[in-house]
Every structure is written in structure tokens, then in C-alpha cells.
Design a binder for this molecule. Structure first.
Ligand code: SF4
Ligand code: MG
Length: 332
């Protein structure tokens, strides 16, 4: 497998003045293979969007590295970054907010083409617009209409057409379905999957819960308060979640079978999400973790591969800690 994107020990802090530092992303490491979909999951404010924006070069990093096709994104000069940006595109949560309401669909889609001077003639450019509209399940008659004339799902299709306009290799989809009805969510996910197969696209798919990411992701990383807490292939995450936070996220998804639903043990998270300006010492999850031990407030758990391709940051899986504490296995 070939790595398209590598995020290495990435830190992104925002200086809020008066010595206050917002640690939005705190030492996160993962990679995305060519042609796969990597799901990035966590509650709002956990740093997912900040990672997306830092990868694409919209934000400078504080520390660490972002490599795209082996190129260090944050070391590139303006011109090269511009070229690279062509290959990395974003889709946003609220397509209406990200589409200019005074622009026609045609203008929305051609804007990036014009910025990057992709086509020599208007005719060529227009042909491409029609092609893109058809690729996302709309048609050429939609080109002269305005985004507000469309439903949420259709607007997201316009957003996708715009993201495809520059023939990217990599798309960061930042909660692209969170604002849509459940029935429409599946349609958009299916469209993304089809486009991925046709074009060999690679996706970073950002979501705030685990309900839909399974349908699209090959591997999933779970984030909490700026930290990656668990990372593994999709199936393992759902069948064998190791981190207490992942277990809590999974137990929040309703199961349609009432027998299972009734007998299931739910993990309800206590308390509020702490502020990333003043995160807890040791393990960032400890203030809400039902299994927190003494060591959890003193030492930050290591990021360790506990099974093949299954990474977790939690003292429960540290051999030395296990000997002293004998934590009970967690039942689902
Ligand atoms: Fe809970 Fe401790 Fe594991 Fe953190 S390290 S998730 S507080 S058991
Ligand atoms: Mg966000």
C-alpha cells in the first residue's frame, strides 16, 4: 500500500493571548493510503476540522509534519502550494454556507477552474461543467440556477462537483452529511463511494459520530480533545473497540434490534467536554472515563499498537499497569 498522506506528530495550537494556548491538535499521527477512505471521528471541538485545514495548508502547523505524496506541505513556496492545492480539495458540512448564494451553479463550479486557469476556452470549460453535473447526479439544465433553489442533498452534490472541478487526488470531506436527513445521507455516501471507485480518489472523511462512517471508511481514527485515542480498520473498531471513549461513542448508536438494544450495556459519558485551553493532566479523557485509575491523572498514556494495525492510547492496555490494577474487561 502506498501512502498518499502522512500526518506526523502534528500539533496545532492557537495563541489566544494572555498566555492562553488552545491546543486544538496535540501530537496526532496517522496516514492515508492511496485510494482508501480514512474516517476521522470525534465530538465537535476535538480538532478534526483543524487537522483538515492544517493538512491543506489553510493553517500553519505548530509542530510536526504533513507530507502529501512525499512533499512537505508546510515547507512549500506559494506557487508549489497552489499546485498542490489543486490535488487536495475540501467538501464542507453546510453546502449552502460554502456556496456563494449570488453565484449560479455554473459560476460556483467554474470559479476554481478559473483560479487555476485550467481551460483555455469557455466552451471547453462549460463542457466540463456539464460533465461534472452529470457525474454527481444533476444535469446540465441546473447550471444556470442558484444554489438556494436546490435541496440540501442537491446542494451537497454541487459542492462535490466544485471539489471535483480541479481533478483532485484527495478530498477532505468535513462532515459532508451531518446537516442532511438520514435518507439523503446514504445517497451522498453512495455517490462519494462511486466517484472514489471511478476516479481512484482518496478521502479523509470527517464525522462527529460513528453512525455513518462505517459505510465509507476503510480505517478510522477516533479523536478526543485534540488527541487521537484509537485507530484501526473499520471492522475492528466496531467489533472490538478498545478505548473507553470509542466504546461510549459506539454505545450511543441505537441498534434496530430491540432484544440487543435492551440487553446492551450503555456507557453514558459523565460531565462536559473539558476545554482544550486547559485540558486534564495525564489522559485527556480521564475526567469522563468510567475506568480511570490513579495513573491516568499522572501520565499521558502511550500511543501503542496493541494488536496488528490496532492502535490505542489508554493505560488499560499497558502491560505494567495491567499487573497492578487488573482492570475488568469491558463487556458490550
Ligand atoms: Fe480511561 Fe485511564 Fe484509559 Fe484514559 S488512560 S481512557 S482515563 S482508563
Ligand atoms: Mg468541525
Amino acid at each position: 500500500e502506498e501512502k498518499l498522506l502522512e500526518v506526523k506528530n502534528l500539533k496545532k495550537y492557537f495563541d489566544l493571548g494572555k498566555g492562553r494556548l488552545l491546543k486544538a491538535v496535540n501530537d496526532v499521527t496517522f496516514h492515508v493510503n492511496k485510494g482508501e477512505t480514512f474516517g476521522l471521528v470525534g465530538e465537535s471541538g476535538c480538532g478534526k476540522s483543524t487537522i483538515g485545514r492544517t493538512i491543506i495548508g489553510l493553517y500553519n502547523k505548530t509542530e510536526g509534519d504533513v507530507l502529501f505524496n512525499g512533499n512537505n506541505v508546510h515547507a512549500l513556496h506559494e506557487k508549489d502550494l497552489m499546485k498542490l492545492r489543486q490535488k487536495m480539495q475540501m467538501i464542507f458540512q453546510d453546502p449552502y454556507a460554502s456556496l456563494n448564494p449570488r453565484s449560479t451553479v455554473r459560476e460556483v463550479i467554474t470559479e476554481p477552474m478559473e483560479v487555476h486557469k485550467l481551460y483555455k476556452s469557455k466552451k471547453e470549460q462549460n463542457e466540463r461543467v456539464y460533465e461534472l453535473l452529470e457525474e454527481v447526479g444533476l444535469n446540465r439544465d441546473h447550471a444556470n440556477r442558484y444554489p438556494h433553489e436546490f435541496s440540501g442533498g442537491q446542494r451537497q452534490r454541487i459542492g462535490i462537483a466544485r471539489a471535483l472541478a480541479l481533478n483532485p487526488d484527495f478530498i477532505i470531506a468535513d462532515e459532508p452529511i451531518s446537516a442532511l436527513d438520514v435518507s439523503v445521507q446514504a445517497q451522498v455516501v453512495n455517490l462519494l463511494k462511486e466517484l472514489q471507485e471511478e476516479k481512484g480518489l482518496t478521502f479523509l472523511f470527517i464525522a462527529h459520530d460513528l453512525s455513518m462512517v462505517k459505510q465509507i471508511s476503510d480505517r478510522i481514527g477516533v479523536m478526543y480533545l485534540g488527541n487521537m485515542v484509537e485507530l484501526t480498520v473499520s471492522n475492528s473498531l466496531y467489533s472490538n473497540p478498545l478505548h473507553p471513549y470509542t466504546q461510549a461513542l459506539l454505545s450511543a448508536i441505537p441498534i434496530p434490534d430491540p432484544d440487543i438494544e435492551e440487553s446492551r450495556e450503555r456507557i453514558i459519558l459523565q460531565g462536559e467536554l473539558p476545554s482544550p485551553i486547559n485540558p486534564p493532566s495525564g489522559c485527556v479523557f480521564r475526567t469522563r472515563c468510567p475506568f480511570a485509575m490513579d495513573i491516568c491523572s499522572k501520565e499521558k498514556p502511550d500511543w501503542q499498537e496493541v494488536e496488528n494495525n490496532h492502535f490505542v492510547a489508554c493505560h488499560l492496555y499497558n502491560e505494567n499497569v495491567k499487573k497492578q490494577h487488573k482492570p475488568e474487561p469491558i463487556v458490550h
